[in-house]
Write a protein that binds this ligand. Structure first.
Ligand code: NAI
Length: 297
């Protein structure tokens, strides 16, 4: 089969001045995409800003013979989101691919979590994806085509100590992914998410000896496939790291049906309720409602 190319496609990658975003940009551009390299240029905790990081990645693309433009707006406001999408329209006239990747960390145990740690994290990860996607969505709908890849995290999908803010934001992105997959279906827009693990400035202190096997470049092939015209799925989440790729899904157990349910029957049948044998993976709320109605009938 032929290699997967992106000729003529316009991609926006947010938070692409380093780490995973930079790797995504280099690969998409190498395969022919015209890319907007967005990055606010701050530190891991979201303080500060600058133009150097995004511009350096644009320079790398250009040096390799590709085409890219820089944008330095924050994803965390509606105006920032609009300006990022406008950069793509001004430079390249369209938007086909959006990789929501910008992120910050403000870890603390839940006891020590406060608004200053919660709000910026929700603003960048969750609201940021919302604010950039919405203006891109209008164009994708009009052109009947779009690919969106959101960057979630195992910290939210599976849970991780000290990341209540980040985990909530990242699992919020799974909800956003699933709703947009449903809303985008009739417009040719596919929306998926990754839960990556890779050595970047965000994780270099926590990955330990495995870090050197977990490079950003091992995340990018999954992002590029999900961003490609040939992507066969929408509303899905993939765990990716160091060359391992696996699907993550939310399933429901067959459970129990008991019209006379009491607290004691819940207690007595709890193992049955939890039994994963014969679980199903609903594609939507409707699907899950159908399962519930079938069980009741
Ligand atoms: P990174 O810190 O190298 O990249 C994040 C980028 O986002 C930075 O360049 C930063 O300047 C930019 N950014 C932050 N706030 C922004 C804003 N308001 N507007 C625009 N840009 C902004 O870290 P990394 O690891 O490459 O992170 C990329 C994404 O992957 C993040 O969403 C992160 O949460 C996620 N992730 C990373 C994991 C890992 O193992 N490295 C694990 C799970 C998720």
């Amino acid at each position: 089969m032929a290699d997967l190319g992106f000729d003529g496609k316009v991609a926006i990658v947010t938070g692409a001045g380093g780490g995973l975003g930079r790797s995504h940009v280099l690969e998409l551009a190498r395969r022919g995409a015209l890319v907007v390299v967005n990055d606010l240029g701050g530190s891991v905790d979201g303080t500060g800003s600058g133009t150097t990081a995004a511009q350096a990645v644009v320079d790398e693309v250009t040096a390799a013979g590709g085409e890219a433009v820089a944008n330095y707006d924050s994803v965390a406001t509606p105006e920032g989101g609009r300006a990022i999408v406008q950069t793509a329209l001004d430079a390249f006239g369209r938007v086909d691919i959006l990789v929501n990747n910008a992120g910050i960390l403000r870890d603390a145990s839940f006891k020590n979590m406060d608004a200053a740690k919660l709000e910026p994290v929700l603003d960048v990860h969750l609201k940021g994806a919302f604010f950039v996607t919405q203006p891109a969505w209008a164009h994708m709908r009009d052109q009947g085509y779009g690919r969106i890849v959101n960057t979630s995290s195992g910290a939210g999908v599976f849970g991780n100590f000290g990341q209540a803010n980040y985990g909530a934001a990242k699992m919020g992105l799974v909800g956003l992914t699933r709703v947009l997959a449903i809303e985008g279906a009739k417009y040719g827009i596919k929306v998926n998410a990754i839960a990556p693990v890779a050595k970047t400035r965000m994780t270099e202190d926590i990955l330990g000896p495995a870090a050197d096997k977990m490079l950003p470049e091992s995340i990018t092939p999954v992002v590029a496939y999900l961003a490609h015209e040939d992507c066969p799925v929408s509303g899905e989440v993939y765990s990716v790291g160091g060359g391992r790729v696996a699907r993550v899904f939310i399933g429901v157990t067959p459970g129990v049906v008991d019209p006379g349910l009491t607290v004691e029957t819940v207690r007595d049948r709890f193992d049955e309720i939890r039994d994963e044998t014969g679980y199903q993976v609903p594609a939507s709320l409707n699907d899950e409602m159908m399962l519930a109605l079938q069980a009741l009938s």
